[in-house]
Design a protein around this ligand. Structure first.
Ligand SMILES: *[C@@H]1O[C@H](CO)[C@@H](O)[C@H](O)[C@H]1NC(C)=O
Ligand SMILES: *[C@@H]1O[C@H](CO)[C@@H](O)[C@H](O)[C@H]1NC(C)=O
Ligand SMILES: *[C@@H]1O[C@H](CO)[C@@H](O)[C@H](O)[C@H]1NC(C)=O
Length: 223
């Protein structure tokens, strides 16, 4: 039973390394710069902005107080990184303004994806007219998205999914064929053995019958 085992191991490891090369990587996203063009709360002079992704904690942007001023960051501030990715999965994130009385105001909310960081230094600029312009950095996102950098992310995800299905089907087919071949071989060997035994038994019986006939004949001649 050792050849099918090693075959299975070989195929599953091939499968794993082909399709999940960047899966274990975690990639931090930092805010590089932000400029807001408006505030949503007119009662308060200074806005309290924060960045948040669904499932993550809030990150308060305490420095951002004035409109039409570009704030730049080194990426090492106490509140950085903003968020992080595990694998290719996108996160739904947004820039909001805290509102003490009503619901928080939304500057913008969008899907932030590792594949968005396409420049050589891993930068992504999110601009929303009349609201804000922010640039994010994620150098570790480049190896995660890999060759998909220039391709549209949705198409690429579809293709890799299709490829994965194909690989699973091929793997299963090979496995089934291997098991089937093995089973046929075992059955054939068993049948051969059985047949040989039967032949032997019939031969022995023939011998015994022959003896009986001879005995009868001998007895007959004597009489
Ligand atoms: C959110 O903050 C709390 C307290 O600081 C911390 O224990 C928790 O791990 C944080 N959660 C995430 C997803 O960062
Ligand atoms: C900021 O710039 C926008 C146009 O870019 C302008 O409409 C707005 O009045 C400016 N706000 C301030 C406070 O200067
Ligand atoms: C947004 O900010 C980036 C980086 O600071 C800058 O290169 C870009 O020109 C800005 N875009 C707009 C529309 O202001």
């Amino acid at each position: 039973m050792s050849p099918p085992h090693s075959l299975l191991l070989l195929f599953s490891s091939m499968f794993f390394f082909t399709y999940f090369p960047g899966l274990v990587v975690s990639a931090d996203v930092t805010l590089s710069s932000i400029e807001i063009y408006t505030t949503h709360e007119w009662l308060k002079a200074t806005p309290s902005l924060y960045f948040q992704c669904k499932g993550d904690n809030k990150t308060e942007l305490l420095d951002v107080k004035e409109t039409n001023v570009s704030y730049t960051f080194k990426g090492e501030e106490s509140w950085q990184p903003l968020t992080n990715f595990f694998g290719k999965k996108c996160k739904r994130c947004g820039v909001y303004e805290e509102n003490k009385i009503l619901y928080d105001d939304v500057f913008d909310e969008w899907e932030l994806c590792p594949s968005d960081f396409t420049t050589p230094d891993g930068r992504y600029i999110h601009f929303k007219e009349k609201e804000f312009n922010a640039s994010f950095l994620c150098p570790d996102c480049l190896p995660i998205s890999g060759v998909s950098v220039s391709a549209p992310p949705s198409k690429n995800q579809y293709q890799s999914k299709k490829g994965m299905h194909g690989a699973v089907i091929v793997l299963l087919t090979i496995l089934v064929l291997a098991i089937l071949t093995l089973a046929i071989l075992v059955i054939y060997k068993y049948w051969q053995k059985k047949k040989r035994e039967q032949d032997q038994a019939r031969f022995m019986k023939l011998f015994e019958d022959g003896d009986d006939i001879e005995d009868e004949l001998g007895l007959g001649t004597i009489i």
